[in-house]
Design a protein around this ligand. Sequence first.
Ligand SMILES: [Zn+2]
Length: 252
Amino acid sequence: MRQTNVRQGMLRQTMLRHTMMRYTMTAGLAATIGVAGSAAYFSPWFWRRYRMNRIRREVAKNRILALTYDDGPSDGLTPQILDLLQQQNARGTFFMLGRSAQRHPQIADRVVEEGHDIGCHSDQHLNAWKALPWEAVADIDAGYKRLSPWIQPDAMFRPPYGKMTLPTYLSIRRRGAPVWWWTIDSGDTRDVLPSPSQVAERLRKDGGGIVLMHDLDRTQQRNDFVLELTAALLDVAKQESFKVMTLRGICQ
Ligand SMILES: [Zn+2]
């Protein structure tokens, strides 16, 4: 009787151990898939770091300044930037939103006529890390479609907020469109604006750069900042003999 009890006790213990092991394995597997899945989903982040480090070296080696403007065109700031670039005989790159270009088609026309480059920045500016994957992909496609009077289906792309996921990366790869981030953030979206000369000095120190600015209409202070910064960057480029070019001109 006592022996049977002992045997039953041991059996119960073994079963308990097996159940525990199964739970541990399942949880471990789920965690691994979760971590691996997330790593794959957000993997373009690593690609971004690799790619922009390479580009950073490239622009410094060739002493290049690329002026880039996102989220436009607008009917206030964009024409003023175009006037300034025309005076300085410089070309810039405009990553437009489909919805903004549709609102101000004559300004998008002017950008093309004056020899600047246009890239796609999606239609509604969805953040790929926050939107559902298919919504973010659809927003990119909608951007290319609305910008089609000005750009080709494989025109360069800059992701809204700089964020890409595996699905948005694959959709851009399918198009064969080059993706561009930046090497210097102008800080024009920060609560407290830096001084234009601070950003211009960073350009001098880096020996060149791709500068991120925005040409949507915001406060007068922010619009003025973008204009002053553009002028300050062009001054540094002149002093340092940097080549001012659009992104299309930079080797991939
Ligand atoms: Zn943007």
